[in-house]
Write a protein that binds this ligand. Structure first.
Ligand SMILES: NC(=O)c1ccc[n+]([C@@H]2O[C@H](COP(=O)([O-])OP(=O)(O)OC[C@H]3O[C@@H](n4cnc5c(N)ncnc54)[C@H](OP(=O)(O)O)[C@@H]3O)[C@@H](O)[C@H]2O)c1
Length: 311
């Protein structure tokens, strides 16, 4: 593992197909450019066609030869997830890297199209369904394929409240975010255990987190709740403390392509308090390794999404 690994060290990715959710903004946008620079075909999965098109232009400004497709994906609507996966299967058939990256953070309580709490629904359930629906395509890849799921250092504050997973009896926007990011890791590790027990070695599941990177993520909650004070505080913190979105995208890129990454690894910045720096393998909370919670979350996710992984 290099202590100063950058995207330039990724291997040539010509011929490989990568799906990045939330590709129009922040870490997803940076990762898209980096994958494209190495010759991968990137399917930019975005909820807004307009923002997606604008982002495509932005990628091509910097990487003129970028090979890109825009895919419409609203993770807050499981019908949209199904439609995206069907279109992907028709057009491409095989998938080499799936980056489960899109997310929302600390927003006021909202519900997905199917009536689940939004942060849990978008950050976890939508990606659970997407991974399951693209599972055949991942197995069709000619070499090893990877599922990379973007968590957060905030997962360490998370606990699974299975009695009130949607925060109907009491909602705290940060607790819900932490629970959704813990769910990302419980899912990433449980998927790897299931791959291992099923003898499926052509697909690998890895978790990652970006540390603290200045993106649009921090704006959404204060904007939705109309808190000018919180918005101002976020702006200052982003300017003073955060690293760039480009640096924040490195753990995801490392998790997706580095040779020394194995299923069940967790990759994040190795610098100051895990908030910044170059990527490497890091540790996640004890709760993220709780196998009972992971199985319970898996069963609940299958029930809610109607997606079961074919093995
Ligand atoms: N930045 C950080 O410091 C930080 C720290 C820890 C973890 N993370 C994680 O990193 C990931 C990427 O965040 P970011 O920092 O790059 O934030 P960002 O700039 O706000 O990007 C988030 C992306 O997710 C998309 N998204 C939101 N809701 C969606 C939905 N319902 N369906 C499909 N896409 C949706 C957004 O689309 P729109 O542009 O249309 O809204 C956007 O493309 C998130 O999972 C976040 O939890 C970030």
């Amino acid at each position: 593992m290099s202590s100063e690994w950058t995207a330039a060290e990724m291997p040539d990715l010509s011929g490989s197909r990568v799906v990045v959710t939330g590709a129009n903004s922040g870490l997803g946008f940076e990762a898209t450019k980096a994958f494209a620079r190495k010759g991968a075909h990137v399917v930019m999965a975005c909820r807004s066609r307009e923002r997606g098109r604008e982002a495509m232009r932005g990628v091509r400004d910097e990487v003129p030869a970028a090979s890109l497709t825009l895919g419409e994906l609203d993770l807050a609507d499981l019908d949209s997830v199904r439609a995206f996966a069907e279109t992907f299967d028709e057009e491409f058939g095989a998938l080499d890297v799936l980056c489960n990256n899109a997310g929302v953070m600390a927003i006021p309580r909202r519900e997905t199209e199917q009536g689940y709490e939004m942060q849990f629904g978008v950050n976890h359930l939508g990606h659970f369904a997407l991974t399951g629906l693209l599972f055949d395509a991942l197995r069709e890849s000619s070499g090893e394929s990877r599922v990379v799921t973007q968590s957060s250092g905030v997962h360490e504050n998370g606990e699974m409240d299975f009695d009130d997973i949607d925060g109907e009896d009491g909602y705290d926007e940060w607790e819900a975010y932490a629970q959704s990011k813990l769910s990302n890791l419980l899912f990433a590790y449980e998927l790897q255990r299931r791959l291992d027990s099923g003898g499926i070695d052509e697909v690998t599941s890895v978790g990652c987190h970006p540390g603290y990177a200045a993106t649009n993520l921090q704006r959404r909650g204060p904007e939705m709740s109309g808190s000018k004070l919180r918005l101002a505080a976020m702006r200052v913190a982003n300017a003073v403390v955060a690293q760039s979105a480009e640096m924040g995208s490195l753990p995801m890129l490392y998790a997706a392509t580095a040779d020394d990454v194995e299923g069940g690894d967790y990759v994040g910045p190795t610098g100051l308090m895990g908030m910044r720096g170059y990527p490497g393998k890091v540790e996640s909370s004890d709760l993220s390794h709780d196998e009972d919670d992971a199985r319970r979350l898996w069963d609940l996710s299958e029930d809610r999404t109607g997606v079961a992984f074919e093995r």
